[in-house]
Design a protein around this ligand. Structure first.
Ligand code: MN
Length: 135
């Protein structure tokens, strides 16, 4: 076993190609085969969100702090609060991020596909979709 020290892993900006606003990532684990596990803490500043995307084996989000948003395409936006868990099925288009006026952080847990498939990224979430009142 090993202990990876927080001080040895700098926080990284989330790639601007796949996110809107200022979003920061702290890697937790990137598994080595046969593990396909990936986990990171993602911190969104107000207005920050992912682009629309899908996960090959789905994704679990565990909400850590702040107030967030999540939307499955075709369904209302939902508000997220600390302690909430979101289970996202494989191949479902969705986005997640902060509420427009609050910080938000979640633990994101997923697996690569059996042939190494990773997240499929699509277009940014429009301001109109993002600012819709949570259902
Ligand atoms: Mn996702």
């Amino acid at each position: 076993m090993k202990v990876i020290r927080a001080a040895d892993r700098p926080t990284k900006p989330a790639p601007a190609a796949n996110f809107t606003g200022t979003v920061l990532q702290d890697e937790v684990v990137t598994g080595t085969l046969p593990s396909r596990l990936r986990a990171s803490v993602v911190s969104f500043t107000p207005g920050g969100r992912t682009n629309w995307h899908t996960h090959p084996v789905g994704q679990t989000l565990f909400c850590l702090s702040g107030i967030g948003r999540v939307q499955r395409e075709g369904e209302p936006v939902q508000a997220l609060h600390p302690g909430d868990t979101v289970v996202i099925p494989p191949g479902v288009r969705h986005w997640h991020g902060a509420a427009p006026n609050r910080l938000f952080a979640h633990l994101a847990i997923s697996e690569n596909g059996p042939n190494g498939e990773t997240t499929a990224w699509f277009e940014p979430v429009s301001d109109a979709d993002y600012t819709a009142a949570p259902g």
